[in-house]
Write a protein that binds this ligand. Sequence first.
Ligand code: ADP
Ligand code: MG
Length: 313
Amino acid sequence: MDEFELIDRYFRRTVGHGVALGIGDDGAVLNVPNGRQLVAVVDTTVAGVHYPDNLPAADIGYRAVAVNLSDIAAMGATPSWMTLALTLPASDPDWLEQFASGMFAAADAYGVALVGGDTTRGSQTVVSVQLLGHAASHAILKRSGARPGDGIYVSGTLGDAAAGLQLLQKGEAGDFLKERFRRPEARVTLGQAVASIAGAAIDISDGLAADLDRILTASGVGATVDRQALPLSAELLAWAGADEARRLALTGGDDYELCLAVPAVDEAEFQRLARQAGVSVTRIGVAEATPGLRISTGGADVRPLKEPGFRHF
Ligand code: ADP
Ligand code: MG
């Protein structure tokens, strides 16, 4: 199977919204809706670095799209189109079939069309997805908009994916936690719903402490987070116990939940919009003028946080 057969067989699909020219030419041509701005994100996943080598191909495809949808969600944007740069050691039809099914499952959930890409042979599997979306310019969620007094919120539960990754690596049971790693649910609907009232947002890929710190630095503020307020799943609590669950919630990566700063006057409306979007949100702390991230235990015993998140280099 040559490169062009491979593209035709696994990746060429009928086109989606706003696609003037899709796969098959030197470039894709896309119509951005009137009055909207283009939002572009890209994320690369490497076997053995971002996921265990034995992760099924369908999950590799799903995750590659989901982590990009999560960036789009953190911008409050609407995802529309993607390109795929794929490096593979071999063209294995079973692998490609599974990979494409997982990739399109994640893309179809939000009507995202694959409009182009690049296919190369290389020594290991590298999947790079670029996602393009759009947003109203007045409702783009940035990292830099947190202000002292804002409530700090997170969606869903935290720490599950870090636990799930450990289970996958050890080959142990625990479907819920493993699923949270294998198939992260991007909070696209929540991001769009609250884009015009949240002050700042980031998606949690490297761990709450590391990612919240990016909001704080970009905004020139600090925050205190209550470790007892961190939302934990029953499954994580049962597997890890309360102390370890809180540690994972604070520093474990790969959850792809959103962390948001919300002005105090808008908190009730924010909670209403989140409920309407069908996503649970939890107030975990408050932004403050003093820089840095501090952790309290039920509001008492406030200490600066040390342990940083994952860094590639
Ligand atoms: P070029 O040489 O002009 O870069 P290619 O020959 O690499 O183009 O690709 C041919 C067409 O197939 C292009 O439209 C490209 O976007 C698309 N394509 C290549 N690889 C992929 C892929 N993995 N998924 C989707 N489209 C792809
Ligand atoms: Mg060309």
